[in-house]
Design a protein around this ligand. Structure first.
Ligand SMILES: [Zn+2]
Length: 313
């Protein structure tokens, strides 16, 4: 049984996950980066111990998926927006010491990509790209069952490729990258910029709320969803053209409303991908649901250690 740790910007979730990707038990707490890394490590340790003792299950390993950048080969936390002061700390070494088990870590999008490839919608696919659309856009590429890595194990930031160079500035350094145009906050920003003073839904706008309003027929929300489908479609069409993968698996909170976007996405792919066999790339929704990141964290361990291929990824 693997202990899974999903380190996000707002919460840290832990779980016990078996070798079929089933979550047997879970717990979560706020990340609370201001209280410091040692305190977060202590809480994570306590949550894992509580799960282990309440189920009577001994951990055989720990897998971590973390918001990035993190170094998957050394386990070191990089300059992460949500917890910059944690830079240089190493949860892989720390949890291995505390629990006396092997520990592996990946960027959370890569972790979820591995889980969808092994246990989810991408099962059996030779090449797949997992794309998560929520407060940001993350992606992981799995080729022949292996995670694609860049130089020194770097995670490519597919969510930050340029769609429209006259678009909004992003922390990545580009203007008009995919995330700046198509992540949840971009939908909210666009509606806020367009809504009239008497727009009845001004308060507490979120991407989820905009999708609900679109389903109710609100004209501005419908336009926002049309725009979202356009930009999602352009980014996905780029991925189809660049990689011609067997499948693209779509996850994340915004994709819970995928029915609002899929027709527009497909129309863009048909229009833009004429030089590649785009019709052979299956566009599918993630199947692991809200537990994708947690299951992904466990999959990181199985992928690294349980296949006798420790040095291949
Ligand atoms: Zn960017």
């Amino acid at each position: 049984m693997i202990g899974a740790v999903d380190i996000g910007g707002t919460k840290i979730a832990v779980g016990l996950v078996d070798d079929a990707g089933r979550v047997l038990s879970r717990a979560e707490g706020s990340t609370d980066p201001g209280r410091g890394y040692p305190e977060a490590l202590e809480r994570t340790q306590q949550m894992l111990r509580a799960l282990s003792s309440s189920t009577g299950v001994e951990l055989t390993g720990i897998g971590i998926g973390s918001t990035g950048p993190v170094d998957p080969l050394t386990g070191e936390i990089g300059e992460v927006n949500f917890f910059p002061a944690w830079r240089g700390n190493n949860p892989v070494i720390d949890l291995a010491r505390i629990f006396d088990v092997r520990v592996a870590m990946e960027n959370d999008a890569d972790a979820a990509a591995l889980a969808e490839a092994a246990w989810g919608a991408g099962k059996g696919k030779k090449s797949l790209i997992y794309v998560t659309v929520g407060t940001g856009i993350g992606a992981g590429v799995v080729l022949d069952g292996q995670l694609y890595r860049g130089v020194d194990g770097a995670h490519p930031e597919i969510g930050h490729h340029v769609i429209e160079s006259s678009g909004p500035a992003c922390v990545c350094g580009f203007h008009g990258c995919w995330e700046s145009l198509a992540a949840g906050p971009a939908m909210v920003g666009w509606v806020e910029g367009k809504m009239p003073a008497d727009y009845p839904h001004r308060a507490n706008l979120t991407a989820k709320r905009i999708c609900e309003l679109a389903n109710d027929g609100d004209p501005l929300a419908l336009q926002a969803c049309e725009r979202e489908a356009h930009y999602l479609g352009l980014g996905l069409a780029n991925l189809v053209t660049l990689f011609t993968p067997d499948a693209i698996v779509l996850g994340g909170s915004v994709m819970k409303s995928a029915v609002l976007f899929l027709d527009g996405i497909r129309a863009t792919i048909v229009r833009c991908c004429r030089l590649v066999p785009f019709e052979k790339t299956e566009l599918t929704l993630a199947s692991l649901g809200d537990d994708a990141n947690l299951i992904g964290a466990a999959r990181v361990w199985y992928h690294r250690f349980a296949r006798g291929e420790e040095h291949s990824v």
